[in-house]
Design a protein. Sequence first.
Lengths: 617, 223
Amino acid sequence: MTLSKQLDKLLMRAEKPGRYIGGELHTEKKNPAAISTRFGFAFPDTYEIGMSYLGLQIIYHILNKMESVYCERVFAPANDMENLMRKESLPLFTLETKSPVKDLDILGFTLQYELSFSNILNMLNLGGIPYRSAERDASFPFIAAGGPCAFNPEPLADIIDFFMIGDGEDILPQVCKAHDRWKESGKDKDEFLKSLIEINGIYVPKFYTPSYYEDGQLKAIKKNYDKAPDRIEKQIVENLNQAEFPQKTIVPLIETVHDRAVVEVFRGCTRGCRFCQAGMIYRPVRERSKETIKQIAARQLEETGHDELSILSLSTSDHSEIEPLVEELMSVCKDNNVSLSLPSLRLDSFSFKVLQEIQGYKKSGLTFAPEAGTQRLRNVINKTITDADIYHGIEKAIELGWTNIKLYFMLGLPTETFEDLDGIVEIAKNITDINYRITGKRGRFNITVSVSSFVPKAHTPFQWHPQDTADVFLEKQLYLKDKLKKIKGVSYNYHGTDSSYLEAVFARGDRRLSEVLIKAVTLGCKFDSWREHLKYDLWMQAFRETGIDPNFYAHRERTYDMVLPWDIIDSGVTKEFLISENNKAIQETQSPDCRLHCIGCGINQKAECTMGERYEE
Amino acid sequence: MKNRYAVRFYKDGNIRYISHLDLLRLFKRTFKRAGIRLQYSQGFNPHPKMSFAQPLSLGYSSSSEYLEFETQNTYSTDVIAEKLNSLMPEGLGILSCEELPDKEKSLAAMTEAADYEITIPVDDSLEIENTDLLREYISQDQIKVMKRQKKSGRKIEINIKPLIYSISVDRRGNCIMLEAKLAAGSVSNLSPELVLTTFCEFTDISYDRATVAIKRKEIYFIK
Ligand code: SF4
């Protein structure tokens, strides 16, 4: 029986069969027999989540433009479907041709969050592919990975054959071309990996051997193949404005998390928040011009028929032409019955004007992310928003009739004390008072305070800091709960810290965690980012049985002189810069936004950075 | 003067695994791509004026579905059919397009019956006499099923026999084929699932629902 026939029988039983059928608008049809590199773009989560990820659309488009390459998509089946597949021995397959993933040449996973790692292993297993690189002979595809979590690749080092670090637009075609050549040559598997290291941004873990001190600290990661680079520099697409961007994006047949046309307006961020990994690893800031964005948006809407348009970046308001851009996009949208969604807007007067015009915003509420409750702690994390900014924005919002305010904070930031928590309470309290002052009423006004647990990340100034323990988190959460419940009209959101703890372990983990991952997946861990699926007990069992202490990774204070597992990856931002930023954090002083003053992060040594002193020009 | 139209289309293959809501979104996008501007409802949350005569259950195929809609401009029905058809994904195709009179009720309100074809794979060894079986099934005074009431959630017994307008059975290879014309629409409606279960229960045929194929072949409207 062919896979398609077998699949047909399962679809009738699956909860959401539409996830597994493929055939969406703008998907690619090619004859696999005429292809020299069959690439599987694997997203280690469900279809609905994976299809909402813009990077997939970009890579799919770029790879399928190449004649020798066929890029197909692979997602993690939901539990009900996985059970059916295992029962009927149906292997993990691609959506385009329903081919078993084992038949592909390269299976590339995108690493968007640490808690998807277990799904990668589970997907390999469902595809009949051994977990460890060392156990895969030439009959198996190469297993690759890229994306933000590849900036600390070590926890997956025993599993992934090669990592692609940095922007994907150029590196993926380069890898596929190298594969075409290697296939032509008929040489063995290792030769392909050896040819890859000539490409900037490729990390092949088997060419490196870590060693450890007796106390468990990492001693060094040494090359065992002399041609391998000492450090892997991330790849950078210097000119984003000219970079490929898809217009005929795939349009899912079923509803996904984000069902809309999307244009990435710029990459990177100049604000330099010290906790933020994205702000560090996506430097330098590169923009698409207003004209390019408009043209892509219009074409995408035409080609897809979407009725929502969104623009994407780390901090939308920071685009150099934001005001005319938004105004022009709004008029494009109005003419076509398309709604515009503008995430991560800073709430200045322009934004309010825009939000007023865009219908439906008031219902969803207004979002502020001060992240920390006091100016002192905001100085520590380099978040420039001030109390005055917050209250001013809120006043404006209330005057305009908003009745729903959402506030986001992080708990467990370095140097945090209970005074900082009191600061959160005070902000909430003051906002209710502002509302009373303006509207004369206390009812029908709601503030939601949401707190998340801080996870220190690699390649950030806070990479040396321990994460708070579960007890401390809980104490802080309950402290806040107790104080916030006394304020009328305030609701409070907090969550268990198990997932943040696991995230912290893997975010700064080393190669020894590969064993733990394999153990955990064997025990049944998967979909860890889904609260209802996370099996924390099994995770702890996996740590116990492999003799690895997760606290070593999450709670240990690291020192500047230590070798860190991700030192092998060069993000372009220097360690000296991270150290100086961390020192400034301890001294509670801010660093300016790049556009005011270049603070020498080092990225301009690798690529052109047009940001420094932009405001001075 | 309104610009009311209806297209008749088929749904087959893997795309039958998308729900009618997904299908509605697909049509909405297709109209946009075709440059056919739909009329939108007034109000705070405007939505295009477009609806199916009868939603088709997930997993069913159909050789005759109807979508009605209202456009801002007037088009020739050929142009609509052609434009939409050129943009349909695999498994969906426009069969024809008709203009609808201004004042008539919606197709959904006028739907009264539908033809279904139910294909049940059975054991080769199963020996059944078609006509006997069917005669016995349909000559029951009442064909009773338990149905959960939407409002109260209570289960009540109902007799579905009056809702079966006609039925025939045929043996083709290792399949039993039921063809039935059933009540459909907002006044009274019978799901072919109930015919399948009651028939197989009565005749003692064991089947696997996942291998049973159901196809809607036609929808009938009040004239
Ligand atoms: S080089 Fe200077 S301006 Fe450019 S990102 Fe780094 S700190 Fe900012």
